[in-house]
Design a protein around this ligand. Structure first.
Ligand SMILES: [Zn+2]
Length: 130
């Protein structure tokens, strides 16, 4: 855990990063997977995911997809999980966290868990019926 005290700025910063990530994800920017091309657009091709740049045979991919957003939210979820962070010390003395800081971590953990509960990547689709 960080030695800097969490405060309103920390909560606001995490919320801001989370919101910015969602905004980038839903802006639907597409980039060409051909590194020599580097084409970036919000236009969709009518012929699938083909690159719209003349002469390019690359494919357009989401610049910041849902999977990346899920990974970032999951990272925050684990980062603010105080119990999970303390497990990393395995036998060593874990740093003592002030009650006020612990409450902030709890709030951030609750926020991230809530956001992850609405994310489809949080659920596993089994390839067979049980
Ligand atoms: Zn291209």
């Amino acid at each position: 855990m960080s030695s800097h005290p969490p405060n309103a700025c920390t909560i606001s910063g995490v919320a801001s990063v989370s919101h910015a990530s969602r905004s980038v994800c839903f802006c639907s920017w597409l980039v060409c997977d051909d590194t020599a091309c580097g084409y970036r657009t919000q236009n969709q091709s009518i012929v699938g995911s083909n690159c719209l740049a003349r002469g390019c045979h690359g494919r357009l991919q989401p610049e910041f997809g849902e999977k990346l957003l899920y990974t970032q939210l999951k990272y925050f979820d684990v980062m603010f999980d105080e119990a999970e962070q303390k497990q990393k010390y395995e036998g060593k003395a874990a740093p003592v966290i002030k009650e006020s800081h612990s409450q902030v971590f709890g709030l951030l953990k609750t926020q991230m868990t809530s956001e992850l509960s609405h994310n489809a990547y949080n659920f596993c689709r089994l390839p067979f019926n049980i």
